[in-house]
Design a binder for this molecule. Structure first.
Ligand code: ADP
Length: 276
């Protein structure tokens, strides 16, 4: 069993190219290495096309490296027999909430993955209840998903992943289609999950979300070019601007963090020290 702080996901010297027609390939990831420790919140930033989404898809075996390895709880994603166990541990939530809904009512949607695993009915009910409670969607369990807001749909998508009792949730721009209210809702859920010891890997353009992470990876042209705490990364303002990343000023970060997380302790991010 993995303890908090132990490496949960190890990405070791991963390179990957998409194969396209006529034997051509597009190289996307180059020798990428990092770890996600149990219970850790890692944000991944980088401008469009830098390979973030491709990297995310390697974390639960949706894609497999051409070179290098991805180990989840010690299991290599190359071993297709382990895929089911790997996907129980690492769940993914994508950008478009509508594409992730499969059932006609919320609770069936959350139960979907468990049904596929053949989880007994009583256990399934227990897990669906727990997952809906964790995302604050119990009151909507009998609603059709199309009646929900974008933020609520993403919370249901997260509940579907949570029902599998994962060790890590990968959010691939999960807030990017949401309005600011939806984003706040989702950030609150992320915070709660992190508090429960679930590791989070979040790909995002929103610096407010980045500010809440324990560690930030910055990608550029398929490589991890910076890594550090939000404070360390935000401090390198010139480098971030070179990478065409929008870095908020100190006052703005402080306001964003405070809005997202009123109880957040300033010394964790030291927003006042971020820039200037
Ligand atoms: P990001 O998430 O940082 O925007 P992506 O991982 O989505 O980056 O894309 C990285 C590169 O890979 C881009 O050049 C993109 O066009 C290419 N790419 C992404 N998906 C595919 C695919 N299915 N087939 C071919 N090329 C792809």
């Amino acid at each position: 069993m993995n303890r908090a702080g132990d490496p949960l996901i190890r990405v070791q010297r991963v390179s990957f190219s998409y194969r396209v027609r006529e034997g051509k390939s597009i190289p996307v990831l180059h020798d990428v290495s990092f770890e996600v420790r149990a219970g850790e919140h890692v944000a991944v930033i980088g401008h469009n096309g830098s390979g973030k989404s491709t990297l995310a898809k390697h974390l639960n075996g949706l894609l497999v490296p051409d070179a290098g390895d991805v180990l989840v709880d010690g299991m290599n994603t190359r071993d297709r027999r382990l895929l089911r166990e790997i996907r129980k541990r690492v769940g993914m939530v994508f950008q478009h909430p509508d594409n992730q809904m499969v059932a006609t009512i919320v609770e069936d949607d959350v139960a979907f993955g468990l049904e596929n695993l053949g989880v007994p009915e009583e256990e399934m009910h227990r897990r669906v209840d727990e997952a809906l409670r964790m995302v604050g969607m119990e009151a909507y369990r009998h609603r059709p998903p199309h009646q929900l807001s974008g933020g609520q749909k993403q919370r249901v998508a997260i509940a579907g992943v949570l029902a599998m009792r994962p060790r890590c949730i990968v959010l691939d721009e999960a807030t990017s289609m949401l309005d600011s209210y939806g984003r706040q809702e989702l950030m609150e859920v992320i915070r709660r999950l992190h508090g429960e010891g679930i590791a989070i890997v979040s790909i995002t353009h929103h610096m407010q979300e980045v500010a809440l992470a324990d560690r930030v990876l910055v990608m550029e042209a398929g490589r991890v070019v910076m890594e550090g705490t939000p404070r360390e990364v935000f401090r390198q303002r010139d480098r971030l601007l070179e990478l065409q990343l929008d870095v908020p000023g100190a006052a703005r970060v402080a306001a964003l963090v405070h809005a997202a997380r009123p109880d957040f302790r300033e010394d964790r991010i030291l927003a006042s020290e971020v820039v200037e």
